[in-house]
Design a protein around this ligand. Structure first.
Ligand SMILES: *[C@@H]1O[C@H](CO)[C@@H](O)[C@H](O)[C@H]1NC(C)=O
Ligand SMILES: *[C@@H]1O[C@H](CO)[C@@H](O)[C@H](O)[C@H]1NC(C)=O
Ligand SMILES: [Zn+2]
Length: 391
């Protein structure tokens, strides 16, 4: 529909376009190649070589690299919250992510080798699991929403490009290697992750650790050309943002944000840090900001992951939350409270800083809330009819 999928071979005499089939074949090839080298990345005993810059070397002997040529229509559409994230195959999502890094100037800012960027993205993709919800498409959604917000809010006017890079990269990495069972499960079941992180945001700590494990491989390190100080800031920033996605910290972070909001100052690091945390939180749970056709399938995905967890909790004799129980929860009942008490207040507050959020996001959320309320009325009516029939 919106993508012209050509392979552009970068040759000495310019760009040459070949058709889609070859493009896909080549990506498979690179993926296979990466998969074998990836084993190293997963080795948790490997000591990071980042502290020793001399060890960092970039492999430059990859002969050709495929590149999708995105149509102008796609490029513009990608900035919108209405972007249909279901339309794209994984390879295309990789290309779209790659485009974002070029388009907002991150390749220049961090002096990223374009091939390293491709390898890093493939590596990230390989490290998302095929969960019903917490999978690579969710990663893409969160990153795409962040990219959309960067443009919508014109963040470049308020913060350095480095910060935009931290925001986008944290979004891309924020659920790496998510096992599909939430923190409460990890803690109650006393899993390896809960033990490793002493019950303190075990998942988010893990996502972040995997992110830096990937980056500790020089071949996949998009920040390898950054100096120590810059890398330190990137690491601190990404860690702060990924850890902020633990919903157990929602009230804490929102309270902080609301307290600085009346006196918000873009020159105050503490204020901007809080804003960045709220931004990644918005993107992480932004599905209901999207059009109904895009957002609704996500609710089914999330419920599937919840039900799967609840089933396992029942099996293992662990506490089960009613909202995760397939006997008790329905789509509208799951979404109404969430939109009303979590999403709307958060987006409304961000809209106080960036008024465009109001018409582009808050209005959508209000629409979604009304829709789910209607759905609930219908559902309740069906239920009472059934009760009448039975009696
Ligand atoms: C995680 O699962 C537990 C049930 O084990 C539930 O009580 C809790 O609210 C869930 N947390 C989130 C953030 O969904
Ligand atoms: C419930 O039953 C009433 C009367 O029989 C009917 O008019 C109504 O359409 C039914 N509602 C639903 C949601 O099926
Ligand atoms: Zn997430």
């Amino acid at each position: 529909m919106f993508i012209i999928c050509f392979l552009s071979l970068f040759l000495a005499n310019g760009l040459k376009e070949v058709e889609i089939e070859k493009c896909r074949r080549d990506i498979k090839e690179i993926k296979r190649e990466l998969f074998s080298s990836e084993k190293k990345v997963i080795d948790y005993n490997r000591i990071s070589s980042l502290s020793d810059e001399k060890k960092i070397s970039l492999k430059r002997n990859i002969p050709t690299y495929p590149k999708y040529t995105l149509s102008q229509e796609t490029i513009d559409y990608l900035k919108q919250p209405t972007f249909d994230i279901w339309y794209w195959e994984p390879n295309e999502m990789l290309s779209l992510l790659e485009h974002m890094y070029h388009e907002i100037g991150l390749v220049d800012e961090f002096n990223i080798n374009p091939i390293t960027l491709k390898r890093w993205l493939l590596c990230v993709q390989e490290n998302y699991r095929n969960n019903p919800f917490h999978n690579f498409r969710h990663c893409f959604c969160v990153a795409q929403m962040m990219y959309g917000m960067i443009h919508l809010c014109e963040l470049i006017k308020f913060m350095p490009v480095e910060d935009l890079g931290i925001l986008l990269t944290a979004a891309v990495c924020h659920d790496l290697d998510h096992p599909g069972y939430n923190n409460t499960y990890q803690i109650n079941a006393r899993t390896v992750l809960a033990i490793r992180y002493n019950d303190i945001s075990p998942l988010e700590n893990h996502h972040c650790a995997v992110a830096f494990q990937i980056l500790s491989n020089p071949e996949c390190n998009i920040f390898s050309n950054c100096d120590q100080e810059k890398f330190k800031r990137i690491r601190a920033g990404m860690t702060m943002l990924i850890l902020a996605t633990d919903m157990a910290r929602h009230t804490e972070i929102m309270d902080k944000f609301n307290s600085v909001l009346p006196v918000f100052d873009f020159k105050n690091k503490e204020h901007v840090d809080t804003l960045k945390m709220v931004l990644i939180k918005c993107c992480d749970i932004s599905n209901e900001v999207r059009p109904m056709e895009v957002s609704e399938p996500w609710v089914d995905c999330l419920l599937e992951e919840y039900f799967n967890q609840a089933d396992r909790e029942k099996l293992e004799g662990l506490p089960v939350a009613p909202f995760m129980d397939r006997e008790k929860v329905t789509k509208p009942s799951a979404q109404i409270g969430f939109i009303k008490f979590v999403l709307l207040p958060m987006f409304e507050n961000v809209a106080k800083l960036f008024p465009k959020i109001e018409s582009n996001m808050v209005v959508q959320l209000q629409g979604a809330l009304e829709r789910y309320k209607e759905m609930k009325i219908h559902e309740d009516a069906m239920k009472s009819n059934q009760t009448i029939l039975k009696s």
